[in-house]
Design a protein around this ligand. Structure first.
Ligand code: SAM
Length: 238
């Protein structure tokens, strides 16, 4: 059975505030985005899948840097924001990443990005197999997600590190307060699905926030300078 999107209700509540703050919220603008963008190859003229595009900040960046973009998200409100933001310059699909992406052809992408989305996917192997199918040989996958060390030792240490566990957290940083469900996992459940899907690991980044984060949120800046928050990975289809 295919899992429905676990955070659909939370993102229905959050979509407008998330879209309004995506350019200034420190964890996105000054931590995740510079880290993920630093892992991208030259995107000029490349066909890129933005998997879990949210309100379209990455899609817009990719378009502005000369890529052709296909963007997918399970949330209609997020897609509406992404369409508005990019002026329909990208191709958009409403789709659940827990299901096969049958509407996309084999070996039709040069790059797949999936920033801050895999936290909502319980089993990564089928999705990584889909990404592998969609990429041309030499194609690149870049993704980011909650770091397994901080997720367990800082937030959910009463669980079992070795298991993939559904957890939830009260998000307050986007204005609307929502209970956000996600999955935390051990490090092995990050790398083995990649290997099983046929990817070769190319780069691992445990980013530190950029300087602008300090101005925006001093407390979390100091924390992230000492402790991991997100894990960013680049892998290649040989
Ligand atoms: C934290 S936001 C990240 C958005 C964007 N990648 C970014 O970094 O700005 C997570 C996004 O993943 C989407 N999402 C969560 N589960 C999904 C699923 N099963 N299939 C497709 N999209 C999903 C949500 O709707 C939301 O837009």
């Amino acid at each position: 059975m295919i899992d429905p999107p676990v955070a659909q209700e939370a993102y229905n509540q959050l979509a407008d505030d998330y879209a309004a703050r995506i350019d200034s919220k420190a964890h996105n603008a000054f931590y995740d985005r510079p880290a993920v963008l630093s892992l991208l190859p030259d995107v000029t003229g490349k066909r890129v899948l933005d998997a879990g595009c949210g309100p379209g900040a990455y899609a817009e960046w990719l378009l502005d840097h000369g890529a052709q973009v296909v963007a997918v998200d399970a949330n209609e409100k997020m897609l509406a924001h992404a369409r508005e933001r990019t002026g329909d310059r990208a191709e958009f699909h409403l789709a659940n990443l827990n299901a096969p992406l049958d509407f996309l052809a084999d070996a039709s992408f040069d790059l797949v990005i999936c920033p801050l989305v895999l936290d909502y996917i319980r089993d990564w192997t089928p999705l990584f197999r889909e990404f592998h199918r969609l990429l041309r040989p030499g194609g690149v996958l870049v993704f980011s997600h909650g770091h397994p060390a901080s997720e367990f030792f800082l937030y959910y240490a009463d669980g079992n590190y070795h298991e993939v566990e559904q957890v939830s957290w009260e998000w307050t940083g986007f204005g609307t307060v929502v209970t956000m469900p996600s999955y935390r996992r051990p490090l092995a459940a990050v790398f083995n699905p990649l290997i099983d899907a046929g990817f070769v690991l190319d780069r691992v980044l445990e980013p530190r926030p950029i300087e602008a984060f300090r101005e925006a949120d001093r407390e979390h800046y100091d924390q992230l300078m000492r402790q991991p928050g997100f894990l960013c990975i680049r892998a290649v289809k040989p």
